[in-house]
Design a protein around this ligand. Structure first.
Ligand SMILES: NC(=O)c1ccc[n+]([C@@H]2O[C@H](COP(=O)([O-])OP(=O)(O)OC[C@H]3O[C@@H](n4cnc5c(N)ncnc54)[C@H](OP(=O)(O)O)[C@@H]3O)[C@@H](O)[C@H]2O)c1
Length: 290
């Protein structure tokens, strides 16, 4: 489980263990992985950088399934979207095949497109193609934006609604989103890992499609907050995100702004959560449990 200490990865680890699978979490900071699972007899955590081929090979030895949930949300130095999401993902897929794994699961995202002008969205699309070369028959999982305790999405909306008298929208707020519960997505990935899947490409979205505007209003309603929405042109958000990449802890990156310019909705022609027997949770249930 590469990226087993992350927002999604931690939940995948938990659900894999619930399925009775032996789980090895691999990341650069293994101590952050699975604090709750640390003493679980089926769990171990190893230090491995996906940018280091020998560490990848050691981490996947004997694995029957390899899951890649490593993220890179902003580039720095030589660590580019292409290096992590294309080259390293392809090397991990190749290492999984060489190690004799039966399954390789790549976590990508809805909207991934190898022809996009956005370097992030393009790298995610090229990564999907590259892992299928490294591990023919790889499973690609594209979640929508995910919600859950300590998420970056609903938490930010909630915080801004609480502190700002008026809420700044991305553009006119017309972008369509289908937030998925991170727990539902993790359970779906655990089901694919434990039972396999005929499909090679999944898109996981929640039960409702919202415009960004309606989503903010719905969160405000659930929290009992009155707000006024203010459209803000994307050119402003791009400038803010570009500046923000030099400010540690800034919760906005250019790739997030680029993703907010295109609809983030699961393709109904592709299998999703319900095809794996999961009834998706809506944001009200997520907000109540967070
Ligand atoms: N969050 C969402 O709403 C969302 C939506 C759609 C798709 N996704 C996709 O889901 C995947 C997981 O996202 P996330 O939000 O869970 O990310 P995250 O919270 O940032 O976690 C990323 C994980 O990757 C590990 N990692 C980062 N760089 C690494 C490296 N060089 N070598 C080894 N491990 C490394 C991190 O651990 P260390 O720092 O310890 O190495 C961490 O465990 C990503 O592919 C993301 O694009 C996320």
């Amino acid at each position: 489980m590469f990226g087993g200490s992350g927002f999604l990865g931690r939940r995948i680890v938990k659900h894999l263990l619930n399925h009775g699978l032996v789980v090895r979490s691999a990341s650069r900071h293994p101590a952050r992985a699975g604090r709750k699972q640390a003493h679980h007899e089926l769990f171990s955590a190893v230090k491995a950088d996906i940018l280091d081929r020998s560490q990848i090979a050691a981490a996947v030895s004997d694995a029957s399934t390899v899951v890649n949930a490593v993220s890179l949300y902003s580039e720095h130095g030589g660590v580019t979207f292409e290096r992590v999401h294309v080259e390293a993902a392809s090397q991990l897929a190749d290492a999984a095949r060489r190690a004799g794994a039966e399954r390789y699961i790549q976590i990508s995202g809805i909207g991934s497109d190898s022809r996009s002008r956005s370097s992030y969205i393009k790298a995610r699309g090229q990564g999907e193609e590259a892992v299928d070369v490294g591990f023919p028959g790889a499973t690609i999982v594209r979640p929508a934006v995910m919600t859950g305790r300590d998420d970056a999405f609903l938490t930010t909306i909630t915080r801004l609604l609480r502190i700002l008298p008026a809420y700044p929208l991305f553009g006119n707020g017309d972008t369509r989103l289908q937030p998925a519960s991170v727990e539902d997505v993790a359970e779906a990935i655990a089901r694919i890992a434990s039972a396999g899947a005929d499909a090679r490409l999944f898109e996981f979205g929640g039960p409702r499609v919202y415009t960004y505007r309606d989503l903010v209003l719905e969160v405000a309603r659930l929290l009992g907050i009155r707000t006024r929405l203010v459209p803000v042109p994307f050119v402003f958000w791009h400038a803010l995100a570009t500046f923000g990449e030099f400010v540690p802890g800034m919760p906005l990156t250019r790739n997030q702004v680029e993703l907010m310019q295109i609809d983030n909705v699961a393709d109904t022609r592709l299998p999703g959560l319900r095809d794996l027997g999961i009834e998706p949770h809506d944001i009200d249930q997520v907000l109540r449990s967070a």
